[in-house]
Design a binder for this molecule. Structure first.
Ligand code: ADP
Length: 163
């Protein structure tokens, strides 16, 4: 049985991530979407909210499971019994960091392989940061994220403005 982890921040999940999830899920028996609880970053959504949002938009994919994690990715891979890590390459700018991470993870645990998927051209410009920026200025994000996520982002921005 082939098990993979697709890790990320997913703050929030975009159509680019969903494209990766759909394609990765077809390649393996089980895909774990690992939602990173990175204490050094201050995300828009809590890790709990990001997990819930991902669960909602992947509910039709039976072999996809969403789990939070913190700490080293190789430890999470060991805990979940995953054989590989899947990452997306959007552009050449992603490459340097991704190569460094993949090589570091391989040093930490040689049994964990990283596999890269090139992104769908349709979404190669898309990032969670761009979505948050557009939404913060009142722009329409409906072409970047599913309707449910768009509602969550709008609601969260309203909430933040109130405090
Ligand atoms: P991180 O903060 O770890 O970069 P992200 O949630 O931004 O996490 O991204 C998780 C993974 O999804 C990364 O491998 C990233 O390259 C990939 N990814 C992000 N945006 C897109 C996109 N538009 N198309 C395809 N892959 C993407």
């Amino acid at each position: 049985m082939l098990k993979a982890i697709y890790p990320g921040s997913f703050d929030p999940v975009t159509y680019g991530h969903l494209d990766m999830i759909g394609r990765s899920a077809k390649m393996v028996d089980e895909l774990i979407v690992g939602v990173l609880n990175n204490k050094a970053k201050s995300p828009l959504f809590s890790v709990k909210e990001r997990v819930r949002m991902l669960e909602e938009v992947t509910k039709d994919l039976p072999n996809v499971k969403v789990l939070p994690f913190e700490g080293l990715l190789v430890d999470f891979a060991r805990e979940t019994g995953a054989d590989m890590v899947i990452r997306g390459l959007r552009a050449i700018t992603d490459f340097e960091y991704e190569l460094q991470m993949a090589q570091t993870n391989h040093k930490l645990d040689p049994s964990v392989e990283t596999v890269f998927l090139t992104t769908n051209l349709k979404y190669s410009y898309l990032s969670s940061t761009i979505v948050k920026e557009v939404a913060a200025f009142g722009g329409d994000i409906s072409q970047f994220v599913p309707a449910y996520i768009s509602e969550c982002v709008e609601e969260k921005i309203k909430q933040k403005r109130r405090v």
